[in-house]
Design a protein around this ligand. Structure first.
Ligand code: CUA
Length: 328
Protein backbone atom coordinates (compact mmCIF):
# COMPACT_ATOMS: atom_id res chain seq x y z
CA UNK A 1 0.00 0.00 0.00
CA UNK A 2 1.43 3.38 -0.97
CA UNK A 3 1.55 6.06 1.64
CA UNK A 4 -1.76 7.87 1.37
CA UNK A 5 -0.27 11.10 2.79
CA UNK A 6 1.26 11.73 -0.65
CA UNK A 7 -2.07 11.50 -2.49
CA UNK A 8 -3.68 14.81 -1.45
CA UNK A 9 -0.72 17.16 -2.22
CA UNK A 10 -0.12 15.29 -5.50
CA UNK A 11 -3.75 15.75 -6.51
CA UNK A 12 -3.65 19.47 -5.64
CA UNK A 13 -0.48 20.02 -7.72
CA UNK A 14 -2.00 17.90 -10.50
CA UNK A 15 -5.16 20.04 -10.63
CA UNK A 16 -3.10 23.25 -10.85
CA UNK A 17 -0.83 21.90 -13.64
CA UNK A 18 -3.86 20.51 -15.48
CA UNK A 19 -5.67 23.88 -15.28
CA UNK A 20 -2.59 25.72 -16.65
CA UNK A 21 -2.18 23.17 -19.46
CA UNK A 22 -5.87 23.31 -20.40
CA UNK A 23 -5.78 27.13 -20.37
CA UNK A 24 -2.91 27.07 -22.87
CA UNK A 25 -4.90 24.78 -25.12
CA UNK A 26 -8.29 26.44 -24.87
CA UNK A 27 -7.57 30.17 -24.53
CA UNK A 28 -5.30 30.46 -27.59
CA UNK A 29 -6.57 30.14 -31.18
CA UNK A 30 -4.02 27.58 -32.31
CA UNK A 31 -5.63 26.60 -35.60
CA UNK A 32 -7.59 28.42 -38.31
CA UNK A 33 -11.13 27.21 -39.10
CA UNK A 34 -11.03 23.95 -41.07
CA UNK A 35 -12.43 24.61 -44.57
CA UNK A 36 -11.63 21.28 -46.24
CA UNK A 37 -12.35 17.65 -45.38
CA UNK A 38 -8.60 17.12 -45.03
CA UNK A 39 -8.24 19.96 -42.51
CA UNK A 40 -11.10 18.55 -40.41
CA UNK A 41 -9.38 15.16 -40.09
CA UNK A 42 -5.86 16.54 -39.63
CA UNK A 43 -6.89 19.06 -36.97
CA UNK A 44 -8.84 16.38 -35.03
CA UNK A 45 -5.75 14.13 -35.12
CA UNK A 46 -3.65 17.03 -33.90
CA UNK A 47 -5.96 17.66 -30.94
CA UNK A 48 -5.99 13.94 -30.13
CA UNK A 49 -2.17 14.01 -30.02
CA UNK A 50 -2.25 17.17 -27.93
CA UNK A 51 -4.63 15.85 -25.25
CA UNK A 52 -2.91 12.45 -25.12
CA UNK A 53 0.40 14.27 -24.50
CA UNK A 54 -1.22 16.70 -22.06
CA UNK A 55 -2.45 13.90 -19.77
CA UNK A 56 1.06 12.47 -19.37
CA UNK A 57 2.63 15.91 -19.15
CA UNK A 58 0.37 16.72 -16.18
CA UNK A 59 1.10 13.39 -14.41
CA UNK A 60 4.89 13.52 -14.91
CA UNK A 61 5.23 17.25 -14.13
CA UNK A 62 3.12 16.96 -10.95
CA UNK A 63 5.15 14.03 -9.61
CA UNK A 64 8.43 15.84 -10.38
CA UNK A 65 7.31 19.07 -8.69
CA UNK A 66 6.08 17.18 -5.61
CA UNK A 67 9.18 14.95 -5.38
CA UNK A 68 11.66 17.80 -5.74
CA UNK A 69 9.93 19.60 -2.91
CA UNK A 70 9.06 16.66 -0.60
CA UNK A 71 12.22 14.56 -0.92
CA UNK A 72 14.85 17.28 -1.08
CA UNK A 73 17.99 16.72 1.05
CA UNK A 74 17.89 18.30 4.54
CA UNK A 75 20.21 21.26 5.07
CA UNK A 76 23.82 20.13 5.63
CA UNK A 77 23.17 16.57 4.39
CA UNK A 78 25.93 15.83 1.88
CA UNK A 79 25.54 12.02 1.92
CA UNK A 80 24.25 9.82 -0.89
CA UNK A 81 20.62 8.82 -1.09
CA UNK A 82 19.52 5.29 -0.11
CA UNK A 83 20.53 2.65 -2.72
CA UNK A 84 17.43 1.66 -4.73
CA UNK A 85 17.23 -1.01 -7.38
CA UNK A 86 14.74 -0.90 -10.27
CA UNK A 87 11.03 -1.53 -9.85
CA UNK A 88 9.95 -4.25 -12.29
CA UNK A 89 6.25 -3.50 -12.00
CA UNK A 90 6.82 0.21 -12.81
CA UNK A 91 9.14 -0.58 -15.71
CA UNK A 92 6.61 -2.93 -17.29
CA UNK A 93 3.94 -0.22 -16.97
CA UNK A 94 6.04 2.60 -18.45
CA UNK A 95 7.08 0.42 -21.37
CA UNK A 96 3.66 -1.05 -22.14
CA UNK A 97 1.54 2.10 -21.91
CA UNK A 98 3.67 4.21 -24.34
CA UNK A 99 3.86 1.23 -26.73
CA UNK A 100 0.08 0.96 -26.83
CA UNK A 101 -0.28 4.74 -27.35
CA UNK A 102 2.30 4.64 -30.16
CA UNK A 103 0.43 1.87 -31.96
CA UNK A 104 -2.91 3.71 -31.57
CA UNK A 105 -1.39 6.96 -32.93
CA UNK A 106 0.23 5.10 -35.84
CA UNK A 107 -3.07 3.44 -36.81
CA UNK A 108 -5.06 6.66 -36.39
CA UNK A 109 -2.47 8.63 -38.41
CA UNK A 110 -2.50 6.01 -41.16
CA UNK A 111 -6.31 6.17 -41.41
CA UNK A 112 -6.24 9.99 -41.65
CA UNK A 113 -3.55 9.93 -44.36
CA UNK A 114 -5.40 7.22 -46.29
CA UNK A 115 -8.66 9.21 -46.25
CA UNK A 116 -7.00 12.57 -46.98
CA UNK A 117 -5.35 11.13 -50.08
CA UNK A 118 -8.29 9.03 -51.35
CA UNK A 119 -8.81 10.11 -54.96
CA UNK A 120 -12.41 10.86 -55.93
CA UNK A 121 -13.71 9.72 -59.34
CA UNK A 122 -14.71 13.27 -60.32
CA UNK A 123 -11.49 14.92 -59.09
CA UNK A 124 -10.51 18.05 -61.02
CA UNK A 125 -6.88 18.76 -61.94
CA UNK A 126 -5.27 22.15 -61.34
CA UNK A 127 -1.58 22.95 -61.92
CA UNK A 128 0.13 25.14 -59.34
CA UNK A 129 3.30 26.95 -60.43
CA UNK A 130 5.68 28.54 -57.96
CA UNK A 131 8.35 31.00 -58.99
CA UNK A 132 10.27 33.78 -57.27
CA UNK A 133 8.01 35.40 -55.97
CA UNK A 134 4.56 34.64 -57.30
CA UNK A 135 2.01 31.83 -57.65
CA UNK A 136 0.12 31.02 -60.82
CA UNK A 137 -2.46 28.36 -61.63
CA UNK A 138 -3.34 26.40 -64.75
CA UNK A 139 -6.60 24.60 -65.56
CA UNK A 140 -5.46 22.05 -68.19
CA UNK A 141 -9.00 20.88 -69.06
CA UNK A 142 -10.17 24.43 -69.75
CA UNK A 143 -6.80 25.64 -71.06
CA UNK A 144 -6.68 28.76 -68.90
CA UNK A 145 -4.06 30.36 -66.64
CA UNK A 146 -4.84 32.53 -63.62
CA UNK A 147 -3.19 34.39 -60.75
CA UNK A 148 -5.88 33.36 -58.23
CA UNK A 149 -6.76 29.76 -57.42
CA UNK A 150 -10.53 29.27 -57.86
CA UNK A 151 -12.03 25.93 -56.77
CA UNK A 152 -15.59 24.63 -56.48
CA UNK A 153 -17.09 23.74 -53.11
CA UNK A 154 -17.76 20.04 -52.54
CA UNK A 155 -15.60 18.66 -55.36
CA UNK A 156 -12.14 17.19 -55.01
CA UNK A 157 -9.30 19.18 -56.52
CA UNK A 158 -6.04 17.46 -57.41
CA UNK A 159 -3.22 20.01 -57.25
CA UNK A 160 0.00 19.38 -59.16
CA UNK A 161 2.52 21.61 -57.42
CA UNK A 162 5.64 22.50 -59.43
CA UNK A 163 8.49 24.99 -59.10
CA UNK A 164 9.97 27.03 -61.94
CA UNK A 165 13.18 28.04 -60.18
CA UNK A 166 13.99 27.18 -56.54
CA UNK A 167 12.18 25.22 -53.80
CA UNK A 168 8.96 26.84 -52.55
CA UNK A 169 6.17 25.45 -50.38
CA UNK A 170 2.45 25.67 -51.20
CA UNK A 171 0.44 26.19 -48.01
CA UNK A 172 -3.21 27.01 -47.37
CA UNK A 173 -3.55 26.96 -43.55
CA UNK A 174 -7.38 26.71 -43.65
CA UNK A 175 -7.21 23.66 -45.94
CA UNK A 176 -4.76 21.93 -43.62
CA UNK A 177 -2.46 21.06 -46.52
CA UNK A 178 1.10 22.00 -47.32
CA UNK A 179 3.48 20.63 -49.91
CA UNK A 180 6.93 21.51 -51.25
CA UNK A 181 7.25 22.80 -54.81
CA UNK A 182 10.52 21.27 -55.98
CA UNK A 183 12.06 21.84 -59.44
CA UNK A 184 11.67 18.68 -61.52
CA UNK A 185 9.09 17.06 -59.25
CA UNK A 186 5.30 16.94 -59.71
CA UNK A 187 4.02 17.02 -56.13
CA UNK A 188 0.36 15.99 -55.95
CA UNK A 189 -1.94 17.22 -53.16
CA UNK A 190 -5.69 16.69 -52.75
CA UNK A 191 -8.27 19.03 -51.27
CA UNK A 192 -12.01 18.70 -50.81
CA UNK A 193 -13.11 22.28 -50.04
CA UNK A 194 -16.13 22.41 -47.74
CA UNK A 195 -16.60 26.11 -46.94
CA UNK A 196 -17.18 29.04 -49.30
CA UNK A 197 -14.72 31.92 -48.84
CA UNK A 198 -11.35 33.39 -49.73
CA UNK A 199 -8.23 32.06 -48.02
CA UNK A 200 -4.53 32.91 -48.26
CA UNK A 201 -1.98 30.89 -50.22
CA UNK A 202 1.35 31.24 -48.45
CA UNK A 203 4.87 30.26 -49.45
CA UNK A 204 6.23 28.31 -46.48
CA UNK A 205 9.80 27.69 -47.65
CA UNK A 206 12.48 30.38 -47.57
CA UNK A 207 13.04 30.98 -51.29
CA UNK A 208 14.84 34.31 -51.52
CA UNK A 209 14.50 37.95 -50.53
CA UNK A 210 10.86 38.12 -51.68
CA UNK A 211 9.76 35.00 -49.76
CA UNK A 212 7.63 36.94 -47.27
CA UNK A 213 5.63 38.65 -50.05
CA UNK A 214 5.06 35.44 -52.03
CA UNK A 215 1.35 35.16 -51.37
CA UNK A 216 -1.77 34.54 -53.37
CA UNK A 217 -5.43 33.73 -52.78
CA UNK A 218 -7.71 30.75 -53.12
CA UNK A 219 -11.42 31.29 -53.63
CA UNK A 220 -13.91 28.52 -52.84
CA UNK A 221 -17.07 29.20 -54.85
CA UNK A 222 -20.32 27.30 -55.50
CA UNK A 223 -20.20 24.72 -58.33
CA UNK A 224 -22.50 26.95 -60.43
CA UNK A 225 -20.29 30.00 -59.90
CA UNK A 226 -17.24 27.88 -60.73
CA UNK A 227 -18.73 26.70 -64.03
CA UNK A 228 -19.59 30.31 -64.92
CA UNK A 229 -16.05 31.41 -64.03
CA UNK A 230 -14.54 28.61 -66.15
CA UNK A 231 -16.81 29.47 -69.09
CA UNK A 232 -15.78 33.12 -68.84
CA UNK A 233 -12.11 32.10 -68.77
CA UNK A 234 -12.54 29.82 -71.79
CA UNK A 235 -14.36 32.55 -73.71
CA UNK A 236 -11.54 34.96 -72.93
CA UNK A 237 -8.99 32.44 -74.25
CA UNK A 238 -11.06 31.78 -77.39
CA UNK A 239 -11.31 35.50 -77.79
CA UNK A 240 -7.59 35.74 -77.03
CA UNK A 241 -6.38 37.56 -80.10
CA UNK A 242 -9.08 40.19 -79.91
CA UNK A 243 -8.45 40.52 -76.16
CA UNK A 244 -4.69 40.84 -76.67
CA UNK A 245 -5.21 43.50 -79.31
CA UNK A 246 -7.62 45.38 -77.06
CA UNK A 247 -5.17 45.05 -74.15
CA UNK A 248 -2.29 46.31 -76.29
CA UNK A 249 -4.36 49.29 -77.41
CA UNK A 250 -5.37 50.01 -73.82
CA UNK A 251 -1.77 49.67 -72.64
CA UNK A 252 -0.64 52.20 -75.22
CA UNK A 253 -3.29 54.76 -74.30
CA UNK A 254 -2.21 57.58 -71.95
CA UNK A 255 -2.38 56.27 -68.37
CA UNK A 256 -3.84 57.80 -65.23
CA UNK A 257 -1.08 58.18 -62.62
CA UNK A 258 -3.57 58.54 -59.74
CA UNK A 259 -5.32 55.26 -60.56
CA UNK A 260 -1.87 53.78 -61.23
CA UNK A 261 -0.73 54.58 -57.67
CA UNK A 262 -3.47 52.34 -56.19
CA UNK A 263 -2.69 49.50 -58.58
CA UNK A 264 1.06 49.90 -57.98
CA UNK A 265 0.61 49.67 -54.20
CA UNK A 266 -1.46 46.48 -54.55
CA UNK A 267 0.53 44.66 -57.22
CA UNK A 268 4.08 46.04 -57.08
CA UNK A 269 4.36 47.50 -53.55
CA UNK A 270 5.35 44.15 -52.02
CA UNK A 271 8.73 44.26 -53.75
CA UNK A 272 9.15 47.96 -54.63
CA UNK A 273 8.48 49.27 -51.11
CA UNK A 274 7.90 52.92 -50.20
CA UNK A 275 5.72 53.32 -53.31
CA UNK A 276 8.81 52.96 -55.44
CA UNK A 277 10.60 55.88 -53.86
CA UNK A 278 12.90 53.68 -51.83
CA UNK A 279 14.45 50.24 -52.22
CA UNK A 280 12.13 47.56 -50.86
CA UNK A 281 14.80 44.92 -50.34
CA UNK A 282 13.44 42.91 -53.27
CA UNK A 283 12.86 45.33 -56.12
CA UNK A 284 14.99 48.44 -56.67
CA UNK A 285 14.05 52.03 -55.98
CA UNK A 286 12.29 53.48 -59.01
CA UNK A 287 12.74 57.17 -58.28
CA UNK A 288 15.55 58.80 -60.22
CA UNK A 289 16.25 55.85 -62.53
CA UNK A 290 16.84 56.39 -66.24
CA UNK A 291 13.42 55.08 -67.27
CA UNK A 292 11.26 55.91 -70.25
CA UNK A 293 7.56 55.14 -70.62
CA UNK A 294 8.51 52.52 -73.21
CA UNK A 295 11.15 50.82 -71.04
CA UNK A 296 8.73 50.67 -68.09
CA UNK A 297 6.05 49.01 -70.23
CA UNK A 298 8.55 46.56 -71.70
CA UNK A 299 9.71 45.55 -68.21
CA UNK A 300 6.13 45.12 -66.97
CA UNK A 301 5.32 42.93 -69.98
CA UNK A 302 8.47 40.79 -70.05
CA UNK A 303 9.61 40.96 -66.45
CA UNK A 304 13.20 41.56 -65.46
CA UNK A 305 15.52 39.68 -63.10
CA UNK A 306 13.35 38.35 -60.30
CA UNK A 307 10.31 40.33 -61.46
CA UNK A 308 7.74 38.13 -63.20
CA UNK A 309 6.25 39.57 -66.40
CA UNK A 310 2.58 40.33 -66.94
CA UNK A 311 1.68 41.33 -63.38
CA UNK A 312 -0.54 44.08 -64.84
CA UNK A 313 -1.82 44.53 -68.37
CA UNK A 314 -4.15 46.64 -70.49
CA UNK A 315 -5.42 49.88 -68.95
CA UNK A 316 -3.92 48.90 -65.56
CA UNK A 317 -0.48 48.73 -67.17
CA UNK A 318 -0.87 52.15 -68.80
CA UNK A 319 -1.89 53.59 -65.38
CA UNK A 320 0.99 51.92 -63.50
CA UNK A 321 3.49 53.06 -66.14
CA UNK A 322 2.13 56.61 -65.87
CA UNK A 323 2.48 56.45 -62.09
CA UNK A 324 6.05 55.12 -62.26
CA UNK A 325 6.99 57.94 -64.63
CA UNK A 326 5.30 60.48 -62.31
CA UNK A 327 7.50 59.48 -59.35
CA UNK A 328 10.51 59.00 -61.58
CU1 CUA B 1 8.55 30.98 -52.45
CU2 CUA B 1 9.18 31.29 -50.16
Amino acid sequence: MYKSKHILPLVIIGVIVAALTAAQALLIDWLPPATSEQAGRTFTLLWFLFWASAIFFVIVTSVIIYSVWKFRAPKGDLGDGPPIHGNTKLEVVWTTVPSIILVVVAIYGYIVLERNEAVAANAMTVDVYAQQFAWSYGYPDAGIQTGVLVVPQGRQVELHVRARDVIHDFWVPQFGIKGDAVPGIDHVLWINPTTLGTYPVVCAELCGVGHSVMRSKVEVVTPAAFEAWLAKGKAAVADGTAQADAAATAANAPGDAVAGKTIFEAKCGGCHAGLGTEAGGVGPQLKGRPLTLESVKTQITNGKGMMPGGIVSGTDMADVAAYVMSIN
